[in-house]
Design a protein. Structure first.
Length: 468
């Protein structure tokens, strides 16, 4: 056994006991540190590092984490850039004008990718993630509605937002924190996504907007934005109400432009006033960056914009946070340059191919029925066929896979489909064909084991709600 902590060796006389755990047995150092109180004295940096490092090691293996949408891999140049720019605060636009300029380049690149009609009118910003971006998108809708209502001398007491029960939890937060009534359109066996069906029952004069999701978190399915818009056109014809759409493209807004370029879901649809995405999902950047772009300054009320002085000029800012890392914005720009359109298409198409390869193979095993195939975003879900077995369920399969290191969550669908359990895989760039095959072998093995059971597994209470 080789011991590398030569400093420790030089400064202690306890010889061989170093072999046990050298960093923790230096003279004068605490051998025990309180967990929930600040320690009285300092520790050596190596000691503190080792403790945190070892604790973090107990987390799941990111490469085998098929639950998360968020990037777990970047190349070495990106890591170098990250380390070099870890000290940059995004809000210091005056001090870091180049980072501010790069932020603008990034949202302009996205606006262009999403077919914003007029670059001179478009406005956007980086955020800490899609959640903050959705809050800003929702607030702009609310503010816009308020201004119009006030102009007409009408009440602004009870705003509502129309959205599917399949939305990500950030929309529940938006409605809760900013006091907007959510008008939930239930997902059902016939309407697994918000598709415009019955929309007239939910929309009224107090509706600030409709949220459409490009890539429902539960299943990966796209909500048909153009169809929703068409339904809203009909509603406008009969009622005069002009209701706009915010697209939550947390994942899909970085897939569709490359892999489904014909699909019209973005600013090509007139009713779409704003779009958000997570730079740290299929934008392929480490956690900590999201984006929102508004079609034009008409969609983003001026009252939401704060004006900072910026190198003697004017720098409009809008965000909920003040300080936040600037490094991720630089990393986003790095990825745009590094991959270009062709590179993004290759990476995303690779993930889609693996997703569809996996979903067809899982369908063929026998007990499963696909809810989605991974042909929208590289995410798919399946359920156990009715009547297959009473001995095990998808929570059991999830547990069995976890024993092999795979994190493949099972969870109930939303709302009135909550009695339907599904299991979901999010394919990200790091999940290669090889790794997919290893997963398939383990999955088949565990299904065979579970199918071999002679009696039902003991039941715990079903898994908790799962939102990612
Ligand atoms: C992940 C996700 C969010 C939240 O995004 P964060 O970047 O994690 O804050 C919102 N909406 C959808 C559809 C998502 O998939």
């Amino acid at each position: 056994m080789s011991v590398r902590h030569t400093n420790a060796r030089q400064t202690t006389n306890i010889g061989d006991s170093l072999l046990i755990n050298p960093v923790f047995v230096r003279p004068g150092e605490a051998t025990q540190l309180p967990k929930f109180e600040m320690p009285d004295g300092p520790s050596l940096p190596e000691t503190a590092y080792q403790i945190v490092h070892d604790e973090a090691m107990l987390d799941g293996n990111a490469r085998l984490n098929l639950a998360t949408f968020v990037s777990t891999w970047m190349d070495d140049e990106a890591k170098r850039l990250y380390a070099e720019s870890a000290d940059k605060n995004m809000i210091d636009k005056d001090e870091y004008p180049q980072t501010a300029a790069i932020e603008e380049r990034c949202w302009r690149i996205l606006a262009n990718l999403w077919h914003a009609p007029d670059g001179a009118q478009t406005i956007g910003t980086s955020t800490i993630g899609s959640s903050e971006a959705c809050m800003l998108g929702g607030l702009a809708l609310k503010r816009h509605w308020q201004a119009k209502r006030r102009e007409e001398g009408k009440s602004v007491e009870s705003p509502n937002l129309v959205l599917s029960t399949g939305v990500q939890v950030c929309w529940e937060k938006f409605c809760n924190y900013f006091e907007v009534e959510p008008r939930w359109v239930p997902v059902s066996e016939d309407h697994l996504v918000l598709d415009g069906h019955d929309l007239e029952k939910y929309v009224d004069e107090n509706t600030i907007g409709v949220v459409g999701i490009m890539g429902q978190t539960y299943t990966g399915m796209y909500e048909p934005i153009a169809e929703i818009a068409k339904k809203l056109d009909e509603i406008q014809e009969t009622t005069g109400l002009d209701v706009k759409i915010h697209v939550d493209g947390a994942s899909g807004a970085m897939i569709a432009p490359f892999c489904q370029p014909e699909l019209e879901w973005d600013f090509r649809v007139d009713r779409v006033v704003s779009i958000n995405t997570s730079g740290h999902k299929y934008g392929l950047v480490y956690p900590g960056v999201g984006w929102i772009v508004w079609r034009d300054t008409e969609a983003l009320p001026e009252s939401m914009v704060f004006h900072c002085s910026y190198l003697g000029g004017d720098m409009p800012t809008l965000a909920l946070n003040f300080s936040r890392p600037g490094a991720q914005v630089l990393l986003q720009y790095y990825m745009f340059l590094r991959l270009g359109r062709d590179g993004y298409r290759d990476v995303q198409q690779g993930a889609l191919d693996v997703a569809q390869y996996l979903s067809s193979a899982i369908e063929k095993i026998g007990p499963f029925e696909l809810v989605s195939r991974g042909d929208t975003i590289p995410v798919f879900a399946w359920r156990l066929k009715a009547g297959h077995t009473a001995n095990w369920n998808l929570y059991d399969l999830s547990d069995r896979l976890r024993m092999k290191g795979w994190l493949v969550p099972a969870y109930p669908l939303a709302d009135n489909l909550a009695d339907v359990t599904v299991q979901r895989i999010v394919v990200r760039a790091g999940l290669s064909h090889d790794l997919a095959n290893a997963l398939l072998r383990d999955l088949e093995g565990e299904v065979a084991y579970l199918d071999g059971l002679k009696s039902p597994l003991p039941r715990e209470v079903a898994g908790s709600h799962f939102h990612h």
